[in-house]
Design a binder for this molecule. Structure first.
Ligand code: ATP
Ligand code: MG
Length: 794
């Protein structure tokens, strides 16, 4: 037996060694599912499988890269030839080879989400529909949902399940928009993200010989994070493995967080029905986190009613309780988290790489960025407005896209009059009309304006021809120059650089720098590919790579240590020594959109489970009492999820304050208590924590008690006394805006809704106009007009 198999426990090893038929590994977070997949691939290679006969589908490109590196350490250089990547990147590679069969060229464009939305928007407009009723974002989500369920335009209207949310009157139009969108993408030689799955499925369905070719090539298919595959992905895996049945999928139903993209837990449940005789492996030991973190996560997820029963335990150190921070405001939350990072880092000598701040929505990142910047703490941020979404970069890339595929409608529309060349919207609309009427691309109309009846004057005609010649001068260079050379040429000759240079926008310098960075990046891209032994790295290659970047790939990997900021969704599969899960407030986490259905609420809870289980050593939860949302301050109460975690695994903040906040929600909480007799955050008689095996069974009953695992130490932290009392609110409410202020004098201490605790330094003016200068402990010195200030004297 080789070394690496000894780095697995018995259940993991059994899962790796079993290759006689289909297998499914279902296990909780951190139990080594990804490790099993990685080692299994190494094992298969050792058993004589060639690397190109193994297809491994991962959640991000980064995950694929890391897996490859790890396998290379076991089996050497051959790991390079594995087919390993995201569903989208692997299938786009296949589609580029087979595109002719399904009516695309091998240079087809991949539309990103903003391209799709913009196309839908213009279709809604052309159809003279009201864009308040037919909101492009909503239509986009419907179309995407239909595609993920493999429901195509003609079938859409007869699929009641999919448009159940459509008001009856809207259905025909939604279907027509979908149909038109579908055609327009085809005419543009473009696929959106969902199409990469849809066309792979159709390719394999309609061309059995092609399907057979790939099924024979991929003698073994492995899928990580199987709980988040949607119907289309799951169907393609089935197309490839139905014959030979050599397939291994790993996943955790408790971490299914993509149902809004059509992912379906049922795929896991159906697996054993579809693959008869599939072996199920369960892994129970968590190797990532402390006992406290594992038990806290278990106590949370057991509040979900829909789940596959499983056990997770850790034999790592007991660890510290999960810290809970309450902040007065979002700004203070940022301060607290940043301070804690500084404190922990100096106390335990962590690297900045060991810290992650995870949030529910990208919009929350700004406050943390500011707090970190203020302390000169280095950080990297994933997602949000990525480099490639910036205006100037999208403009340049649109020229690249046209050079590679001039039929690309979205790129065409974006740069037809950028830099300005006197071609207005009227002309563009005429081109679109002609193209729609004749079912051709916009570019085709430009090539033969008369043949398509384009009614324009001579001057406009000349301008359109000028644009055409410019793009043609790039097109001829595509097979001649490498990506970097052509990229640099396009930037120069398109006039974008001059345009930016000449305008008076204060952002100009950073725009120029961004474009330079893009070109430098292309240089590195070509150099790396050449080092890997490839020749002729074309613009096409660069574009295919760029269009498939995921949120996790946005950030360039550097050597410098940095704190990670990302959404919980993109943190899936990752691990960090210290994790801060922030913004634990009602209407934010759980999201306001999820409150109406228990299914969605359970998905939010799974998301919280994913967040906590990223932590290895320390986990902190925080919430703010008020935060700026949509330009105004809103007050919030702590997330209900905080109460789902067994109190024994939490370290609550300055207890007195916490108790007060909790008291505010006491009556609601007591109601919940009566409805649900499970353990609670505030119940002194709550069962003591078990650090042995604990089950996440829906019933909440533990099949193993603490004593059954002698190795595991049992700790019984005391319940903070003042939290056990659930009485009526004793704290006085802050004065509401508009009411007369409390009499404030210098020397008093106040508690402000947004800035927290502060000392009043002086008070000026009288009556309506009195103003106080207050030095807040966490927010610095502020002047408050007492008439409007929301505070109370403490
Ligand atoms: P997630 O559900 O979050 O994706 P996972 O089940 O895929 O988690 P891994 O990421 O494979 O879990 O493993 C979690 C951590 O535990 C990793 O750091 C991994 O290297 C380590 N690990 C897994 N199995 C073992 C083992 N047998 N011995 C030591 N460490 C292990
Ligand atoms: Mg994993």
């Amino acid at each position: 037996m080789t070394n690496y198999l000894e780095e697995l426990n018995e259940s993991q090893r059994n899962a790796v060694l079993y290759n006689e038929g289909p297998s499914l590994v279902i296990a909780g977070a951190g139990s080594g599912k990804t490790r099993v997949l990685t080692y299994k691939i190494a094992y298969l290679l050792e058993q004589g499988y060639t690397p190109w006969s193994i297809l491994a589908l991962t959640f991000t490109n980064k995950a694929a890269r890391e897996m490859k590196e790890r396998i290379a350490r076991q089996v050497g250089d051959q790991a390079r030839y594995l087919w390993m990547g995201t569903f989208h990147s692997i299938f786009s590679r296949i589609l580029r080879c087979e595109s002719q069969s399904i009516g695309f060229t091998s240079n087809f464009t991949i539309y990103d989400s903003s391209d799709s939305k913009s196309l839908i928007k213009s279709i809604v407009k052309e159809m003279q529909l009201d864009d308040k009723t037919y909101k492009p974002g909503l239509i986009q989500a419907r179309i995407s949902n239909a595609k993920n369920h493999l429901v195509f335009p003609d079938a859409y209207a007869s699929n009641a399940e999919l448009y159940q949310y459509d008001v009856n009157a809207k259905v025909p139009a939604t279907r027509d928009i979908y149909r038109r969108y579908w055609e327009r993408c085809r005419q543009s030689d473009a696929m959106d993200f969902d199409d990469l799955l849809v066309y792979t499925y159709l390719l394999f369905r309609d061309y059995p010989e092609i399907c057979r070719k790939y099924a024979e090539q991929f003698r073994y298919v492995l899928v990580d994070e199987y709980q988040d595959t949607n119907f289309a992905q799951h169907s393609i895996v089935l197309q490839l493995t139905r014959e030979h049945q050599r397939v291994c999928v790993v996943g955790d139903d408790a971490q299914s967080i993509y149902s809004f993209r059509g992912a379906n837990i049922d795929n896991i449940l159906k697996f054993t029905q579809l693959y008869k005789g599939a072996r199920l492996f369960k892994l129970e030991q968590n190797y990532r986190s402390t006992q406290t973190i594992v038990c806290a996560a278990n106590s949370l997820i057991e509040k979900n009613s829909e789940q596959i029963r499983k056990e997770v335990f850790s034999e790592k150190a007991k660890g510290e309780p999960i810290g809970v921070f309450n902040a007065y405001s979002d700004v203070e939350e940022g301060e607290i988290v940043a301070n804690q990072i500084v404190k922990l880092r100096s106390r335990e000598h962590y690297s900045y790489n060991d810290f992650a701040i995870l949030y529910r929505t990208n919009a929350q990142s700004r406050i943390f960025e500011e707090a970190l910047r203020k302390r000169s703490l280095p950080y990297k941020i994933y997602g949000g407005l990525s480099f490639y979404q910036r205006k100037e970069i999208k403009d340049v890339i649109s020229y690249f896209r046209l050079a590679v595929n001039p039929n690309d409608e979205e790129a065409f529309k974006r740069v037809l009059n950028y830099p300005a060349r006197g071609i207005g919207d009227t002309t563009l609309n005429k081109v679109i009309d002609a193209a729609t009427q004749h079912h051709v691309s916009l570019w085709r109309v430009l090539e033969e304006p008369l043949a398509y009846g384009l009614n324009i004057n001579k001057g406009t005609h000349a301008k359109l021809q000028g644009f055409r010649e410019l793009v043609e001068s790039f097109i001829v260079e595509v097979p001649e120059k490498n990506a970097y050379e052509l990229g640099a040429m396009i930037v120069r000759q398109s006039g974008i650089m001059t345009e930016i240079y000449q305008s008076n926008d204060p952002e100009n310098l950073s725009r120029q720098e961004n474009i330079e960075e893009l070109i430098n990046g292309m240089h590195d891209f070509c150099a790396t590919r050449e080092e890997e032994g490839n020749e002729n790295i074309l613009l096409t290659d660069f574009l295919s790579e760029v269009s498939l970047l995921t949120d996790q790939d946005n950030e360039k990997e550097g050597d410098a240590e940095k704190i990670t900021l990302m959404t919980i969704h993109s943190a899936k599969g990752l691990e960090f020594k210290n994790v801060f899960v922030v913004g634990l407030e009602e209407n934010l986490f759980p999201s306001a959109l999820s409150l109406n259905s228990y299914k969605e609420l359970e998905e939010e809870r799974r998301l919280f489970y994913v967040a906590i289980t990223r932590a290895e050593e320390h986990c902190y939860l925080s919430f703010a009492k008020s935060r700026f949302k949509y330009g105004k301050m809103e007050f919030s109460s702590p997330s209900r999820f905080l109460k789902d975690i067994d109190i024994h695994f939490l370290k609550l903040p300055q207890e007195e304050q916490m108790a007060r906040r909790i008291d505010e929600g006491a009556s609601r909480f007591r109601r919940e208590q009566n409805e649900r007799p499970s353990r609670s955050l505030f119940d002194e008689s709550a069962s003591q924590p078990s650090y042995g095996r604990s089950s996440s069974s829906p019933s909440g009953q533990k099949p193993f008690s603490a004593g059954e695992r002698p190795k595991a130490e049992i700790i019984r932290p005391s319940v903070p006394r003042n939290l056990t009392k659930v009485g009526p609110a004793t704290a006085s409410k802050p004065s509401a805006a508009g009411t007369l202020p409390v009499n404030v004098q210098a020397g008093q201490v106040i508690e402000h809704e947004r800035f927290g605790i502060g000392d009043v330094i002086k008070v000026e003016g009288t009556g309506e106009n009195s103003k106080a200068t207050v030095r807040f402990r966490n927010a610095g010195e502020k002047q408050l007009l007492l008439k409007f200030a929301r505070f109370k004297v403490v």
